[in-house]
Design a protein around this ligand. Structure first.
Ligand SMILES: Cc1cc2nc3c(=O)[nH]c(=O)nc-3n(C[C@H](O)[C@H](O)[C@H](O)COP(=O)(O)O)c2cc1C
Length: 340
C-alpha cells in the first residue's frame, strides 16, 4: 500500500510517495544552494513525502543545463547542500540527490558542450563536441567526486540521471549515439559509461546506502529505445550496485509523447518485470487513488509526483486521509487534520 514502509539497504522510507527531481533554476551564479532550495524542499518534507529527490545537480560546470542549476562539482558546494539535507531531515523525510550531466542539452555559458556524437538536439541548439576517451574518463571521475561530496552532505540515496536526453541517456540511445568505438553500437557498448559511473559512485558511496538510476524507458522514436531495450541494458549493469530504477520517458529528441495520467506506469511495469528491481513510477499522477492502485497492484514499488507536489506540498498528508491510512501529522498541524 502507498503508506507502507519500503526498505532499500539501510534506508527505510515511511511511505512510497517520492517527490520527483525538479530543477528550480534558482542557484546562485556559483551553482550553490539558496534559501529557495531549503524552504522548497523542507515544505515537501513537512507535507509528508517519504523521499524527496533533489533536482538535477551538475557534476561539472558544463554538466549544468543552465547557469542557474545547482552544482556539486566544487567542495564549496557542500555546505549549501548540507543545509538542504538538514532542513529535510529535520522535517522527517529522507532525501536523495540526482547527479546529472546535461550533455548536448547544456545551455550554460561554457566554452564547449559534449555528447557521444556531434549531433545537435535541434536546429536552434549548439553543436556538441563528440566526447573523446579522456572526456569520458573525466566525466566518470566527476560522478565519483560528486558522490563523495553527496556523502559528506548527508544524502540518503544517490540517483544517477540517465534520462531525458542528457549525457548518459545520449550514450544509451541509438538515436544520439553513433559512435563506432567501445562506447557505441551494441547495447553492451552503449551502456558501458553507465556501468563505469555506477562503479565510480559505488567506490565512494557506502554499502549501507542505496543507489538509483533514472531512465527514459521510451524514446518515442521508431529507431530509439523502448522499455525492453532499457531493461536489457539495465540487466547488464544492475549487479554493480544498483538498487532501484526511476522510470520516466522522452527528452532524447524534441518528439513529445501524448501524455495522460499514469502514461509511464506501463513502462515501469516492464522494467520491473524484466529486471526484477524495485521501480518508482509516475507521470501526471495527481490522485491518491491512482498512486495507491499502482503500488497495491504491483505495477511499481513507489510513485513519484512532480507538478502535483509543486501545486500542493501537502498532497501526502491529504492522501493519507483520503485513503484511510492512519499516519501522524506534524503536531503543529494536528488540529487541521480532517476527521473522517
Ligand atoms: C519544473 C520541472 C523541472 C524538472 N526537472 C527535472 C530534473 O531536474 N530531473 C529530472 O529527472 N526530471 C525533471 N523534471 C521531470 C519530473 O521529474 C517528472 O518526471 C515530470 O514532471 C512528470 O511528472 P509529473 O507529471 O508528476 O509532474 C522536471 C519537471 C518539471 C515540471
Amino acid at each position: 500500500m502507498l503508506f507502507d514502509e519500503i526498505v532499500l539497504r539501510d534506508m527505510t522510507l515511511k511511505n512510497r510517495i517520492v517527490m520527483a527531481p525538479m530543477c528550480m533554476y534558482s542557484a546562485g551564479g556559483d551553482a550553490a544552494a539558496t534559501d529557495w532550495h531549503r524552504m522548497h524542499y523542507a515544505a515537501r518534507a513537512i507535507g509528508g513525502a517519504g523521499l524527496i529527490v533533489q533536482e538535477a545537480t551538475a557534476v561539472s560546470g558544463e554538466g549544468r543545463i543552465s547557469s542557474r542549476d545547482l552544482g556539486i562539482y566544487e567542495d564549496a558546494h557542500v555546505a549549501g547542500l548540507k543545509s538542504i539535507v538538514g532542513a529535510v531531515h529535520g522535517m522527517g523525510a529522507k532525501i536523495g540527490i540526482q547527479l546529472a550531466h546535461a550533455g548536448r542539452k547544456c545551455e550554460a555559458d561554457v566554452p564547449k558542450i559534449y555528447a557521444p556524437s556531434a549531433i545537435a538536439f535541434d536546429e536552434k541548439s549548439r553543436e556538441p563536441v563528440s566526447a573523446d576517451a579522456a572526456y569520458i574518463e573525466k566525466t566518470v571521475a566527476d560522478f565519483r567526486a560528486a558522490a563523495a561530496r553527496a556523502l559528506e552532505a548527508g544524502y540518503d540515496i544517490v540517483q544517477i540521471h540517465a534520462a531525458h536526453g542528457y549525457l548518459v541517456n545520449e550514450f544509451l540511445s541509438p538515436v544520439t549515439n553513433r559512435r563506432t568505438d567501445s562506447y557505441g553500437g551494441a547495447p553492451e557498448n552503449r551502456v558501458r559509461i553507465l556501468g563505469e559511473i555506477i562503479d565510480a559512485v559505488r567506490s565512494v558511496w557506502p554499502e549501507s546506502k542505496p543507489l538509483s538510476v533514472r531512465v527514459t524507458a521510451e524514446d518515442y522514436e521508431p529507431d530509439g529505445n523502448h522499455p525492453e531495450d532499457i531493461a536489457a541494458m539495465l540487466n547488464l549493469v544492475k549487479d554493480r550496485g544498483m538498487d532501484c530504477v526511476n522510470v520516466s520517458s522522452g527528452g532524447v529528441t524534441p518528439t513529445a509523447p501524448k501524455a495522460f495520467p499514469g502514461y509511464q506506469i506501463p513502462y515501469a511495469e516492464i522494467i520491473r518485470r524484466e529486471t526484477g528491481l524495485p521501480v518508482c513510477a509516475g507521470g501526471l499522477v495527481t490522485e491518491a487513488a491512482m498512486a495507491e492502485e499502482a503500488v497495491s497492484h504491483g505495477r511499481c514499488d513507489a510513485v513519484y509526483l512532480g507538478r502535483e507536489l509543486l501545486r500542493n506540498p501537502f498532497f501526502p498528508l491529504l492522501a493519507s486521509v483520503e485513503l484511510g491510512a492512519d499516519i501522524p501529522w506534524p503536531a503543529q498541524y494536528e488540529r487541521a487534520k480532517p476527521r473522517r
